[in-house]
Design a protein. Structure first.
Length: 166
């Protein structure tokens, strides 16, 4: 099973992206694929900023813009056979208190990962999903910044990193 980073989906949807063919082929050929809440939020943000697309679909289907956005997200999930997995619960961080589990995990990983916030959250989700029994073997991305965390992913999370390039 592969955890799919948002960058792969975005590249697979944009024919102008130089990674388009590789990203699309990967999403169409890869077996079991899982995404997190971060991927949903990033995709929602990207789609919502493309006013023409959401407005057109809303108008054609008689939906509100919010409903059209959800319809587009559902289409993307179905089109590429992506399974959404949520993480529930909170945990306690020393001296801070109760925190949503993915955020707490990201805070714990931050000193070693040295990643930007959203990339760090992806790694936290992968770790929590794996700890929860998901048989994730690799994180698939088009974001070369993940190279910084290759060793952490291998040693701490026990997954491989697969980066597609142009």
């Amino acid at each position: 099973m592969s955890y799919i980073d948002t960058s792969i989906i975005v590249a697979a949807l944009d024919p102008q992206d130089p990674r388009f063919k590789k990203a699309r082929a990967l999403l169409e050929e890869e077996g079991d694929k899982v995404i997190s809440e971060v991927v949903l939020a990033e995709l929602a943000s990207i789609v919502a900023r493309r006013e023409g697309i959401t407005s057109s679909i809303a108008s054609r289907l008689g939906l509100s813009r919010e409903e059209a956005l959800i319809a587009i997200l559902l289409y993307i999930l179905k089109r590429f056979n992506l399974r959404y997995k949520s993480i529930e619960n909170t945990t306690r961080l020393p001296l801070i208190g109760k925190v949503y589990r993915p955020i707490a995990t990201a805070v714990e990983l931050a000193p070693w990962a040295k990643l930007r916030t959203l990339d760090l959250l992806h790694v936290a989700y992968v770790k929590l999903m794996k700890n929860g029994g998901e048989p994730i073997r690799k994180l698939v991305t088009a974001d070369s910044d993940f190279k910084k965390a290759r060793r952490l992913l291998k040693e701490e999370v026990c997954i491989d990193l697969h980066i597609i390039t142009c």
